[in-house]
Design a protein around this ligand. Structure first.
Ligand SMILES: [Mn+2]
Length: 258
């Protein structure tokens, strides 16, 4: 039965080709052939073109991330995204065409709804609310209210980079696999907050449908994070290098997080 085959869920790769290769190898070793991607594929001071080539060849169902969208804009419009000009200089027309065609949301035949942030916005957290006090997890009722009209029992989201599963009742769940390529960051919008996985591992999730419901396995894959951190340093982002090495956001006063 096709639906019983496992599905690997990837999100927030952020141009980290080293981490992507490790996750693909881990999934391949487990015999997983179905993959989905929740966006923010290329942005960052790492290897956007190498990552794009790999993702385009794989052709997995992909939802657009906010930082996929801004890669199509003039870097001057995004002074808060200091690696945008680097990415634009690395990416070719075919890469940008691929980004332009990514949908905001997608539905997977297995009964999964794919989005990057929330179903209505690629830059809105689905599981978190950010206030002047920082980032706080939303209760199930508040998350459900952000999912009007969605029939699929499982909603997959990324954007916050933290692995999570929240069950909404009646067999419904929201699942975030965590970030393949960037385990921590700091962001100042709408208020300053830090998201930290706490280890340098590349994260993804494996979904399996059973008669009892959807099982989710969260995987932390060790990989050559030092090569990724060295690329971040070469490209002027010591804050990314720190996050890649530690899973912790760089201290405030450094460069902006993403
Ligand atoms: Mn994002």
């Amino acid at each position: 039965m096709a639906a019983a085959r496992p599905i690997a869920v990837l999100a927030d790769i952020h141009g980290n080709r080293w981490a992507l290769e490790a996750v693909l190898e881990d999934a391949r070793r487990r015999g997983i052939r179905r993959l989905v991607n929740l966006g923010d594929c290329l942005y960052g001071p790492l290897d956007p073109a190498g990552t794009a080539d790999r993702l385009m060849a794989l052709g997995m169902p992909t939802a657009r991330g906010n930082e996929d969208r801004i890669l199509l804009d003039d870097p001057a419009r995004h002074p808060d995204s200091p690696s945008l000009a680097f990415c634009r200089s690395e990416l070719g027309p075919a890469h940008l065409r691929w980004l332009r065609e990514l949908p905001l949301t997608a539905v997977h035949e297995a009964g999964l709804f794919l989005c990057h942030g929330s179903p209505r916005a690629d830059d809105e957290y689905l599981l978190w609310e950010v206030t002047a006090a920082g980032a706080q997890r939303l209760p199930a009722a508040a998350v459900s209210s952000r999912l009007p009209g969605i029939a699929q029992p499982v909603v997959l989201c990324g954007h916050d980079h933290l692995p999570a599963r929240l069950d909404l009742g009646r067999g419904r769940a929201v699942l975030d696999p965590g970030s393949v390529g960037l385990p921590a960051y700091r962001d100042d919008h709408p208020f300053p907050h830090a998201m930290e996985t706490g280890s340098p591992h590349s994260r993804y999730a494996i979904l399996r449908r059973s008669p009892a419901g959807w099982a989710a396995e969260f995987v932390a894959v060790p990989y050559d994070h030092e090569s990724a951190a060295a690329a971040a340093e070469r490209n002027g982002r010591p804050d990314w290098a720190h996050a890649l090495r530690t899973g912790l956001a760089a201290v405030p006063g450094g460069a902006p997080g993403t």
